[in-house]
Design a protein around this ligand. Structure first.
Ligand SMILES: [Zn+2]
Length: 64
């Protein structure tokens, strides 16, 4: 089944799109983070809050 969400080819582009959306400052639901999709193997944005520890793809980011 195809994903309904907007796909981004990699984490960098997903985060860049996320920042652009936040910078636009529209009202309503805002995406909060990017995550890799198991269905289409690309990246999507989600407005879900993080619960628990950082996912491993974000740990990789902050370690650099
Ligand atoms: Zn997907």
């Amino acid at each position: 089944m195809a994903c309904q969400k907007n796909p981004y080819p990699n984490q960098y582009l997903a985060l860049r799109a996320l920042n652009a959306i936040l910078a636009a400052g529209k009202q309503g639901k805002q995406p909060a983070r990017a995550y890799p999709c198991h269905e289409c193997h690309r990246w999507h944005l989600t407005s879900k809050r993080l619960t628990g520890k950082l996912p491993k793809w974000e740990q990789k980011l902050s370690r650099s």
